[in-house]
Design a protein. Structure first.
Length: 148
């Protein structure tokens, strides 16, 4: 019970620390290949170094303040985003690994589109309407270059 209370107060400390207003990036992302109106389930830009660089800039303006500079969440209160794909990378079977990566992609997009709420407290604001789908996948492409 004590541990649970300590855990809850840590969660509320994060919520109080984090201003939940999403920041609009000023990086020019108009060169990103257009993805259309439908939400994709997997990262269409994976492995593209130029897009990863652009994603890094967008990340720095929008996610860094909570998830840490260079996506190194080990020093930040919000989740370490580098470990999202780490689990899949350990899977040797290529088909299973691809399946796992698709799952992580879908989870990533859902998390940022809708944000994260915990008993009514906003931990992460929703980014849908602030970031385009192109910008969201560019950020993911950058995070994939940051293996733990
Ligand atoms: C205001 C602080 C804040 C900002 C800004 C922010 N996040 Fe978050 N994010 C959080 C917190 C706190 C959590 C953990 C919430 C929870 O699990 O209840 C989280 C969780 C996540 C998760 C789920 C991680 C997991 O391990 O389950 C993803 C993915 C994510 N954020 C991506 C992003 C991206 C991409 C951006 C930039 C567009 C961003 N976040 C900006 C605070 C923030």
């Amino acid at each position: 019970m004590k541990a649970r209370l300590a855990c809850l107060s840590a969660v509320f400390a994060i919520a109080a620390w984090a201003a939940p207003e999403p920041a609009t990036p000023t990086v020019d992302a108009s060169d990103l290949p257009a993805l259309g109106k439908n939400w994709l389930e997997t990262n269409p830009y994976r492995g593209n170094a130029e897009i990863a660089e652009l994603g890094h800039q967008i990340y720095s303006q929008t996610c860094q303040r909570c998830h840490g500079p260079d996506a190194d969440g080990s020093r930040s209160p919000a989740a370490d985003l580098r470990r999202l794909d780490a689990y899949c990378l350990r899977i040797e079977d290529a088909d299973l690994r691809a399946w796992c990566t698709r799952d992580v992609d879908a989870y990533f997009l859902k998390s940022i589109r809708h944000g994260k709420k915990f008993v009514g407290t906003v931990h992460m604001p929703p980014w849908e309407g602030v970031l385009s789908q192109e910008q969201m996948w560019a950020i993911k492409t950058y995070i994939e270059t940051r293996k733990p």
